[in-house]
Design a protein around this ligand. Sequence first.
Ligand SMILES: *Cc1c(COP(=O)(O)O)cnc(C)c1O
Length: 395
Amino acid sequence: MKISGQLTTLPDRVVDAIRNAIGPGPSVLHEPTFNGNEWLYLKECLDSTFVSSVGKFVDRFEGDLARFTGAKHVVAVVNGTAALHIALKLAGVKADDEVMIPALTFAATANAVTYCGATPNLVDSEVRTLGIDAAKLRDYLHKQTEQRAGQCVNRTTGRVIRAVVPMHTFGHPVDLDGLLAVVHDYNVAMVEDAAESMGSYYHGQHTGTFGLMGTLSFNGNKTITTGGGGAILTDDAALARHAKHMTTTAKLPHAWEYRHDEIGYNYRLPNLNAALGCAQLEQLPAFLASKRKLFEQYQAAFVPVVGVKLLVEPEACRSNYWLQTLLLDAGQESQHDLVLKATNAAGFMTRPAWVLMHELAHFKDCPRMDLAGAESLSQRLINIPSSASLVPVAV
Ligand SMILES: *Cc1c(COP(=O)(O)O)cnc(C)c1O
């Protein structure tokens, strides 16, 4: 018989709490739910023969996304990484520039910077949001840069710092007010990587709509999925037009002539994927309600567990709770791998946060500030089963 209370080990207590919250398992980390019009819309695509880059679902998906997020313009693309690539290019990121990104992020954020020929410059994260620490960023730019002809230049490397890309980690909004003030004061563009935060709000406004541009991802593991897919959000009509042009091979409209006016990309979201997206977006309110309910069940189960906390949405924010997240208390780092091992062995798929960008061989020489916050977080974060299907809610 199991002894209750704090006499058992921390990994055992975590397994018990997960079981109390969601039942016996097994449970994967995140699986999609297809309970809506997916079959209907996909069949409509096949029946119409419009399966590829032209078709009514692409336009409809862009319109539906604009309505949901409040962005004036939306350009749907093949994935979130491509969305970031184009958004950064349109923000003016060029070869030999630097772009400030969190060290604690998925590799796509850093990869997109390098696709522009630029170098990631890594920023520390704060424990409250898991995202960019605006105060540390301000301090770094104050000490490390100077303004030359209206540009923010890194004194050590001589390169222009062109943009900041905050990321809303696991769906929790970053300190956008703090960041907007910094990018304003230092003449740097802000492009939000909102890949994980579809349905998350900062002070009542949807994430991804605060910067010059924002990007979403609809990969299979995200809150809604198109199989693969992404989108660029912006309120700037000219940027939106250029984004659409660039992601559709930069071809000039003409009845028969194939003429392109710049190097373009084949990044347009196919109609099949957009059809899936339209059906998924209809269910997003239900997914968000399920994820919030799941959070509440985990919260109740984890209250008595000493040594670990469940991550709560930041103040004045509404998180989509894309991935539920445990944070081990400082001093409990030695339990990190033991908790991962015990939970996975018990049939609950859990995983650590990403290996930090500067710990990857190809990014180890990137310029960066002191990253003590991100390093501590990466030794203490654990994502636990988070699918909306764990707690079905009808809305
Ligand atoms: C998912 C994700 C992306 C984009 O991923 P794609 O698979 O290309 O759609 C970008 N940044 C972050 C932080 C992500 O989690």
